[in-house]
Ligand binder design. Structure first.
Ligand code: AP5
Ligand code: ZN
Length: 216
């Protein structure tokens, strides 16, 4: 399966992407995760990107498209993939169409996780992420068993530098201006499926699972 998961910052894309990838046995490719790993490792790419992520601005299309082009060429993508956080602009979507054409393949579905903006701020400012394995928690909605400690691997939990109120507002604006227009792009192609992202994490997954089962 070739799947895109879309939705505003904090909609729960990463949370559901982990479940989808395991259910469909496909790699979960998140541009945000790739960029944060490059920043953590201090690579040349990482040094270039840090300012964009810290300010909640989009990384330039050329850089992002190249990162995805390389990733999709890896052998584990032959049987399918889940893209999370890409594409985020119309030029990125067009570049993806070109790559899929070269691979003689196409998308199966675009899942759009819908959540009202007042809920997103609370979700993002309460999010905590494991430094070691990347697992995501929330201080209220998905609290770890021990405060500040990852349930999965015992790693330390931290708050992302772009999860402050100031940067979250910027990310929501960038989403509305640059990414939301893409929904129409996929709607016109008959690929878009809406998911109510305001339900609980388990209920959202049930909705997604139903859609995925209807496609096989
Ligand atoms: P990225 O990492 O993609 O961030 P994002 O799109 O802003 O999405 P988030 O990871 O913040 O949210 P999510 O929807 O995954 O929510 P989550 O599941 O964690 O991008 C970061 C930056 O990288 C961008 O700002 C940009 O600079 C750059 N970038 C990335 N891709 C790019 C691209 N293509 N082009 C250019 N630049 C790019 O959930 C959030 C919280 O809510 C968690 O705490 C979770 O536990 C909780 N939660 C989840 N679901 C529920 C629920 N149903 N009920 C209650 N709580 C829930
Ligand atoms: Zn962990």
């Amino acid at each position: 399966m070739r799947i895109l998961i879309m939705g505003p910052p904090g909609a729960g894309k990463g949370t559901q992407a982990v479940k989808i990838a395991s259910f469909c046995e496909i790699p979960h490719i998140s541009t945000g995760d790739i960029f944060r790993a490059a920043i953590r490792e201090g690579t040349e790419l990482g040094r270039k990107l840090k300012g964009y992520l810290d300010e909640g601005k989009l990384v330039p299309d050329e850089v992002t498209v190249e990162v995805i082009r390389e990733r999709l060429q890896k052998p584990d993508c032959a049987k399918g993939f889940l893209l999370d956080g890409f594409p985020r602009t119309v030029p990125q979507a067009k570049a993806l169409d070109g790559m899929l054409k070269e691979m003689n393949t196409s998308l199966d579905v675009v899942l759009n996780i819908e959540v009202a903006s007042q809920v997103l701020l609370e979700r993002l400012t309460g999010r905590r992420v494991c430094r070691h394995c990347g697992a995501t928690f929330h201080v209220v909605y998905q609290p770890p068993r021990r405060e500040g400690v990852c349930d999965r691997c015992g790693g330390e939990l931290y708050q992302r530098s772009d999860d402050t109120e100031r940067v979250v507002s910027e990310r929501l604006e960038v989403y509305a201006r640059q990414t939301a227009p893409l929904l129409e792009y996929y709607q016109e192609r008959g690929l878009l499926r809406k998911v109510n992202g305001e339900l609980s994490i388990d209920e959202v997954w049930l909705e997604i699972e139903k859609i995925l089962r209807s496609l096989v």
